[in-house]
Design a protein around this ligand. Structure first.
Ligand SMILES: NC(=O)c1ccc[n+]([C@@H]2O[C@H](COP(=O)([O-])OP(=O)(O)OC[C@H]3O[C@@H](n4cnc5c(N)ncnc54)[C@H](O)[C@@H]3O)[C@@H](O)[C@H]2O)c1
Length: 352
């Protein structure tokens, strides 16, 4: 067996794909996930996909004693920290819930990891740390100035990690990955995005309309300063994203970075408008998608586009998958999820 890697949030949307790629690269993932936003059946599907038995601890990252026990039982060389709450709107309404889970949780987790001997920490950050910037593409040297509580939790966690690894005698190295807009699903259709509450992101909303869970897709504004007036985003396939984590971790564990803390954008460098994404889905589904024009959503920016060159240089990673891949894999996953009854009103239907 390869090196053990603690993966917090490993049963979530992105974390589950990271687990698959870790296994494929010969690492042994140790999953910590309190199931606050994941189904237990993800573990069974991951085992089916990876053809190996996986370790999962149903532990909250704020629970110091439980985390200590996990790391005593299964010492880990690395930590990929994805566990967090992620809804921007909810973070505005319940900021302390976000600071508690994301920031306080990370402090506890990082402390336990460092005291257990340290290693490499790869942290899930977000393009939200850049805030409402009007210059594109965004590169890592730009100021961190988040404009909502969720983004602030990510910026704070980056700072906390940077300070931890730069403290005298620290045993840990840190890397922050700033995701742009993750989308798509695994091409096995065994795992994918499976929102519990009302999603805020375009892909899961389109899926809900397509499968009849919502009547129409509301396009929030078509008067932005973009080619077709709708918001433009740098969508990145979740498998590309997951592979970047493994490449980053390998580099980190080999001590391959010049600094003890590094932040890298994860995007493709190509952005698509809401209308382009909708058209791609309509082509994939062979039918039109009901849509309505709404007002701009507060907090939305016109364009989010990554400059992905630093990640290419530092870890040799570039995205391999494009928008049609994201749409095809999302739609295939939606078909499987529906077939298993995952999205039926009665949530008890058995998943494979
Ligand atoms: N999905 C996106 O659009 C996006 C964009 C940028 C950054 N991110 C970040 O990526 C990470 C993963 O996002 P995701 O989309 O997979 O979300 P997700 O909700 O699917 O996954 C998060 C997982 O963490 C678990 N979790 C949450 N709080 C926990 C706690 N206190 N203890 C233990 N487990 C806990 C949840 O049960 C869930 O399985 C998050 O940190 C998120 O902020 C996501």
């Amino acid at each position: 067996m390869g090196k053990k890697i603690l993966v917090t949030g490993g049963l979530g949307y992105i974390g589950s794909h990271v687990v698959v790629e870790l296994c494929a690269a010969g690492y042994e993932p140790v999953i910590v996930d309190n199931l606050s936003n994941a189904r237990a059946s993800v573990l069974e599907r991951l085992e089916r996909l990876t053809q190996q038995s996986l370790t999962h601890y149903d532990v909250d990252i704020r629970n110091r004693a439980a985390l200590e026990t996990v790391l005593e039982r299964t010492p880990c060389a690395g930590l990929i920290h994805l566990a967090a709450f992620k809804a921007v709107g909810e973070s505005v309404e319940a900021p302390l819930k976000y600071y508690d889970n994301n920031v306080a949780g990370s402090v506890t987790l990082f402390d336990v990891f460092e005291r257990a001997g340290g290693g490499g920490i790869v942290f899930s950050s977000s393009a939200m740390v850049y805030g409402d910037v009007k210059v594109f593409p965004l590169h890592e040297g730009m100021p961190v100035q988040p404009n909502n509580p969720y983004g602030s939790t990510k910026a704070m966690m980056e700072q906390i990690l940077a300070d931890l690894v730069n403290a005298p005698g620290a045993k840990t190295l840190g890397l922050s990955l700033r995701y742009f807009n993750p989308a798509g699903a695994h091409d096995s259709a065994l795992i994918g995005e499976d929102p519990k509450d009302r999603p805020n992101n375009l892909f899961p909303i389109v899926v809900q309309v397509a499968v009849g869970q919502r009547e129409t897709l509301t396009i929030f504004g078509d008067d932005y300063d973009t080619p077709d007036g709708t918001g433009v985003r740098d969508y990145i396939h979740v498998v590309d994203l997951a592979q970047a984590h493994v490449m980053a971790l390998r580099e980190l564990l080999n001590g391959g970075f010049e600094q003890r803390f590094t932040a890298l954008n994860l995007g493709t460098g190509t952005a698509y408008s809401v209308r382009e994404v909708v058209s791609a889905f309509e082509r994939e589904m062979g039918q039109p998608l009901p849509q309505t024009l709404g007002a701009r959503r507060s907090g939305d920016v016109a364009t989010l586009l990554a400059d992905p060159r630093a990640a290419a240089q530092a870890i040799g990673w570039t995205a391999q998958r494009d928008l049609p891949d994201m749409v095809r894999d999302t739609w295939r996953w939606a078909g499987a999820a529906r077939q298993w009854g995952l999205w039926d009103d009665d949530d008890s239907a058995a998943a494979p």
